[in-house]
Design a protein around this ligand. Structure first.
Ligand code: NAP
Length: 286
């Protein structure tokens, strides 16, 4: 079985490469492989003839997507389209990584795969357009929506992940403010990558799958847990999204229920607290 990973040097892509290492996956990385180049992506994938294509490439900086909206759509929507076209022409199975930000956050209980999307920002809109292209063009697809990714490899689109940012701020500031009115499920890329491996090995019915660690928390709760596990004493204060005033609006509640994975008996995600502890151990030692 041949698997091609687009965005293989990204935060998630690197862990996917590891979870598939025994399959000798084909790493495809920017700029040699640019998903916005329709003919090129088709010919590169055609040369490799993969059975599976994982599209983990995206413009991931949520605030920058507001400003650079055309580029966001170019990569996240049209790029997804071109990968879907190539997958379909090769009859390869396609995994497209999407986001909790396709939802508007008004539901107040975990979103399931059949809930209507309603993105609040350009990033979410562009990823949703990528989902639509994927569904419309390539029937043999898995759309995996995930949330608040962090992993041991750098996130090229965003810089340091949230956990590392908190630890860095604690080194340089006496007091840190964190938003407490955005609730999600932060997800460890290692756990998501293992879940992707399970999906490939079991190839359940095609469609959309929510794929996050278990449980839920606000960014403030998440930061509190980081400092509790590491034993760092810091003056951590709650703030609101309104006070924070980021360029991109974010959903107040974007927790995803992994209903389809559970339905197929495939949900292997541990709780986010367990994931965070393992991340910190892996990153900084016990
Ligand atoms: N990070 C999160 O919190 C989060 C949450 C939910 C969903 N997701 C989704 O998860 C996936 C992986 O994100 P990540 O966290 O691993 O981000 P990342 O580290 O920024 O990885 C994205 C990768 O895409 C590549 N890329 C950008 N433009 C490209 C193009 N035109 N053609 C080919 N490759 C291109 C980047 O390469 P360069 O760095 O060289 O540009 C990078 O390797 C994305 O689909 C993202 O939308 C992420």
């Amino acid at each position: 079985m041949k698997v091609a990973v687009i965005g293989a040097d990204g935060q998630l892509g690197m862990d996917i490469m590891e979870s598939l290492h025994d399959l000798d996956p084909i790493p495809l990385t920017y700029p040699a492989v640019d998903i916005t180049k329709r003919a090129k992506i088709r010919s590169i994938l055609g040369e490799h003839q993969p059975d599976w294509i994982i599209n983990a490439a995206a413009m991931t900086h949520v605030d920058r997507c507001e400003e650079e909206d055309a580029q966001a759509f170019y990569v996240n929507a049209l790029g997804a389209r071109y990968v879907a076209e190539a997958s379909e022409s090769l009859q390869a199975m396609l995994i497209f990584i999407s986001t909790d930000y396709v939802f508007d956050g008004k539901k107040e209980k975990p979103y399931v795969e059949t809930d209507a999307p309603g993105p609040l920002n350009v990033y979410g809109l562009s990823k949703l357009a990528g989902e639509y292209f994927t569904r419309a063009i390539c029937p043999q697809h898995y759309i995996l929506r995930t949330s608040g990714l962090y992993g041991v490899h750098p996130c090229w689109g965003k810089g340091a992940n949230f956990v590392d940012k908190m630890l860095e701020l604690a080194r340089t500031q006496k007091s840190i403010k964190v938003v407490n009115d955005e609730v999600l499920t932060p997800t460890f890329t290692e756990d998501l990558s293992k879940q992707i491996r399970i999906l490939i090995d079991s190839a359940p019915s095609y469609g959309t799958y929510h794929a996050t660690n278990d449980g839920e928390c606000s960014w403030f709760d998440f930061a509190s847990e980081v400092f509790s596990i590491t034993g760092i004493e810091i003056d951590l204060r709650e703030t609101t999204a309104e006070d924070w005033n980021a360029p991109a609006k974010r959903p107040a509640y974007s927790v995803l229920e992994n209903r389809n994975l559970r339905h197929h008996g495939l949900d292997a995600f541990p709780h986010w607290r367990d994931a965070l502890r393992r991340y910190l151990e892996k990153r900084f030692g016990a």
